[in-house]
Design a protein around this ligand. Structure first.
Ligand code: AMP
Ligand code: MG
Length: 413
């Protein structure tokens, strides 16, 4: 009998088999969600000179040894201006946030702590320390300094940094080209009429969504019938892509032709079974730099296996250092039965509660019950050796897409 890998062993096999793709250049506008393939350095000091952090007055802090003090305003410096005068004792300059500090000044006082006086004078009501409310030259970044390392995931904040250093184009890792193939005589295409004897092909589309959520636009190859020749034709097309996802036909039924057909095409299969529920008939192989996943036909199993094996592989290929989904600890609100053996993934809803989260099953957990997956915030992981979870116990929950938002701000101001 074939060896079942543990989930973690299978994940290791997958990640050891994939390499990061080569690099390509993209416009900054197209870079969100990609991963930097180059080191990015600052192209100048930021700020380029000492600037004011406030709307107020640039002054000599020594002039405020006794307050209130009256100072003469000799200049008005707006952001974008260059100051032209040097302050001497008793003088100040009106200055706006972001404007360069004038010579002779060593501090800024905000306008709220001053009173306008006639004849271009201002009364300062409190002392300030040297350096007050000044943003120093180079405080954000120094010219030539490495500000972003290869492997940095491009978020909106990173895009802001890239724009700051004037990178209209950036080198990022290529995204793998992904193809999705469903197999099964019983499958009914999305555009075909409803036939009571058939099963709608949902896997192609759920997988499509999972791939899209990672920032990759997959190609849907359609449905291959359970016929070795037809299957071989489709698989050959699929192997033109960097990653091929095959749904169904990986079990040991007499019409499950994926295994012999795939091996006949020269694909080296690294595993066929993983000790997990749902999803144990999940397979993985490679041919050259291309990889292929055989995902179980059951709709929930297919999605759960995608999360455990396919998503980390695609993330690694895209250059991400973080390949796995974030997990949180949660309080299980009810008992969970479990026969020791396979690692079990339970679809749960998460509710915020003081100190963390409460996890509750989305309902009946059959591997064909796609609604239990559609409703889920996460997958609660019951370890293989567990004899079941008791209500109130802590469980690790893998977060799914769409869980990054909640109903309220959550900090109760
Ligand atoms: P299989 O892995 O091919 O034995 O399929 C297991 C179960 O999943 C069967 O009930 C199939 O009808 C169902 N199934 C297989 N492929 C799909 C698909 N693309 N969409 C929805 N259900 C599927
Ligand atoms: Mg089948």
């Amino acid at each position: 009998m074939e060896k079942y890998l543990q989930v973690s062993e299978a994940q290791r096999v997958v990640l050891e088999s994939v390499a990061t793709m080569g690099a390509e250049q993209v416009k900054l506008e197209q870079s969100l969600g990609r991963v930097l393939a180059e080191e990015v350095r600052a192209n100048r000091d930021q700020p380029p000179f000492d600037i004011s952090a406030m709307d107020g007055y640039a002054l000599r802090s020594a002039d405020l040894a006794s307050v209130p003090a009256i100072l003469e305003i000799i200049e008005d410096i707006k952001a974008g201006d260059l100051p032209s005068k040097t302050l001497v004792p008793g003088q100040c300059a009106r200055i706006m946030t972001g404007a360069p500090m004038p010579q002779g000044a060593d501090a800024v006082i905000r306008v709220e702590d001053t009173e306008a006086k006639p004849d271009n004078q201002v009364q300062i009501n409190q002392p300030v320390k040297p350096g007050n409310d000044i943003r120093r030259l180079g405080e954000n970044m120094r010219n030539g300094e490495v500000v972003l390392a290869p492997g940095t995931a491009i978020t909106p904040g990173v895009i802001g940094v890239l724009a700051t250093v004037k990178r209209a184009q950036v080198q990022v890792y290529r995204r793998p080209r992904v193809a999705i193939l469903s197999t099964g005589n019983e499958l009914e295409g999305l555009d075909e009429p409803v036939d009571p004897n058939k099963i709608p092909n949902s896997n192609s589309y759920a997988l499509m969504g999972q791939v899209q959520a990672l920032g990759i636009e997959p190609v849907l190859l359609g449905i291959a019938r359970d016929d070795p020749e037809e299957l071989a034709r489709y698989l050959k097309r699929g192997l033109e892509y960097d990653v091929l996802l095959v749904s169904g036909g990986t079990s040991v039924g007499v019409h499950d032709y994926v295994r012999p057909t795939i091996e006949a095409l020269g694909v080296q299969m690294l595993f066929w079974r993983v000790s997990m529920k749902p999803g144990h008939p999940v397979a993985f192989g490679k041919i050259g730099a291309k990889i292929i996943f055989g995902l179980p036909g059951n709709p929930v199993s297919s999605m759960v296996c995608f999360e455990q094996f396919v998503a980390p592989a695609l993330r690694r290929m895209m250059g991400h250092a973080r390949t796995y989904r974030r997990t949180v600890e949660a309080r299980m609100t009810h008992n969970v039965k479990h026969q020791p053996g396979r690692t079990e993934f339970i679809r749960v809803l998460l509710a915020k509660e003081p100190g963390g989260y409460a996890a509750t099953s989305t309902g009946a957990q059959g591997s064909g019950m796609l609604l239990s997956m559609a409703r889920a915030d996460g997958l609660a992981v019951v370890p293989g050796d567990s004899a079941g979870l008791a209500a109130g116990g802590t469980v690790t929950v893998q977060l799914l897409d769409g869980t990054f938002f909640q109903d309220d701000a959550g900090f109760g101001e």
